[in-house]
Design a binder for this molecule. Structure first.
Ligand code: LLP
Length: 442
């Protein structure tokens, strides 16, 4: 959390609480999420997009992309701050509904929503469903017809902008599973408009995640507005959803664009393109996940062993912690970079090159690939790894039968568990070889 300070004795405080007290009370590994920071970031993000939209006389809605981190408390924090919520499975939908989110302010995504998921969304009275394929159009139409209701939908379009490589001038469409190409979208829109049970309210596009500059978003926005303008001939399209993907700083070299600047840049790009086409500017929607929760999370680990390893005359200290790829698979999955520091004490020992690794039986189980830590880093030290609020809890696994840690929220100088940790018994409870075979086979 940004509210991290050091005590006189060098102990890191998170949201006003000594990291050592968090360890004593909740154990390690521990996912810590700063509620005050999530709320403040949610508000700031909403304000930024609303202000940018207002400059062009339209409204903005911000959906929190629940895939980044979803629990009942988090749903309540972001909805209380005025955000809507984007879910992409029946499970995420269930969490949002159970937490009391207004169904009308939920959006449902996904390239392969099951019939059961579509049924559950329609039954809940979900605000919008983002259509991802021709098959899904017919599937959803059958469901709403049977129920005699009407459902608002958006059409997901692939703008062809390659965010990952920042090769945003590429014109070839991306070879990926989501949405319709710019060319195929018009036919899909016409089909939706033929169906009385479906109400096409707008287009949707999402170009990727952890994106730093504004250029890719702006390029994508102007391409999508071209299509939006064409489709206006067939009926109204009050909404344009431009997705999420706004990057955050993981390490000191990362320099993301401030959200206010991004919001202005994207809204300007939309407005410019609308002006060129002589069409009204639609209301805007966005779906940030990482940018809302990423920086508000920190993971605490305890060092178990250290081991110097010499490679080509250079020494690196391996520092093993009590978690790893089961609570943060991002380094293994994406080569993602994080940083680490000792949280339990000060040290004036010379910094040495370390690699922070986990406890899993796999050499790719790295938490921080390269970091300088005080040379006296030792068993029992507490390590803090910042910026783990997004896609760590949500991507976690039980690899090697490691129970998932609890999530602790910080608010106003207090800490409480918002998702309980697992025990080994929780894991054994699923093993039918131990519990008997309650489910009938065939
Ligand atoms: N909207 C859609 C349609 C998405 O697919 C995503 C992310 C978002 C919004 C939110 O993107 P964000 O603002 O969080 O970047 N597991 C990966 C990230 C996968 C993102 C998938 N979709 C990671 O750990 O980096």
């Amino acid at each position: 959390p940004t509210a991290a300070t050091r005590d006189g004795d060098g102990v890191l405080r998170l949201g006003g609480i000594p990291a050592t007290a968090l360890r004593e009370h909740f154990g390690t590994p521990l996912w810590v999420l700063d509620e005050d920071e999530v709320r403040a970031t949610a508000r700031r993000t909403l304000d930024a997009f609303r202000a940018a939209a207002a400059l062009h006389g339209v409204q903005a809605r911000v959906y929190y992309a629940g895939k980044a981190f979803l629990s009942a408390e988090v749903v309540r924090w972001v909805t209380e701050e005025g955000l809507a919520v984007d879910v992409c499975t029946g499970g995420e939908l269930a969490v949002a509904l159970a937490a009391g989110a207004d169904p009308a302010r939920l959006g449902f995504h996904g390239n392969n929503k099951s019939v059961a998921e579509l049924e559950a969304s329609v039954e809940a009275g979900i605000g919008s469903i983002v259509i991802d394929s021709l098959i899904e159009i017919e599937r959803l139409a059958a469901i709403v017809d049977r129920r005699g209701v009407r459902q608002s939908v958006l059409l997901r379009v692939n703008s062809g902008v390659h965010a990952e490589t920042h090769d945003f001038l590429a014109t070839a469409h991306e070879d990926q599973k989501f949405g319709f190409t710019l060319t195929d979208a018009a036919a899909a829109a016409s089909r939706i408009r033929e169906l009385p049970g479906l109400d096409l309210v707008g287009l949707h596009c999402h170009i990727g995640s952890q994106i730093f500059g504004t250029a890719g978003f702006e390029e994508s926005a102007s391409r999508i507005v071209e299509l939006h303008a064409e489709l206006l001939a067939g009926g109204e399209l009050p909404v344009l959803n431009l997705g999420g993907g706004f990057g955050i700083a993981y390490t000191s070299v990362d320099d993301p664009t401030p959200i206010e600047e991004l919001a202005m840049g994207i809204a300007d790009a939309v407005a410019r393109q609308c002006e060129v086409r002589g069409i009204p500017i639609p209301n805007l929607a966005f779906e940030p996940g990482r940018a809302i929760v990423g920086r508000a999370g920190v993971t605490l680990y305890e060092v178990g062993t250290t081991k110097p390893v010499e490679v080509d005359g250079a020494e690196r200290l391996y520092v093993s912690v009590d978690g790893g790829m089961s609570d943060n698979p991002r380094p293994a999955l994406y080569g993602a970079e994080f940083s680490a520091r000792i949280a339990s004490r000060a040290s004036d020992s010379e910094p040495v090159l370390v690699r922070v690794v986990g406890k899993h039986c796999e050499s790719g189980d790295v938490v921080v690939d390269a970091e300088y830590l005080p040379g006296d880093v030792a068993p029992g030290d507490l390590l803090a790894v910042p910026a783990t609020g997004a896609y760590c809890f949500s991507l976690a696994s039980n690899y090697n039968y490691v129970p998932r840690p609890p999530v602790v929220a910080l608010r106003g100088g207090e800490a409480r568990v918002i998702v309980r940790g697992e025990s080994i018994d929780d894991l054994l409870a699923r093993d039918a070889g131990l519990t008997g075979h309650p489910e009938k086979g065939i």
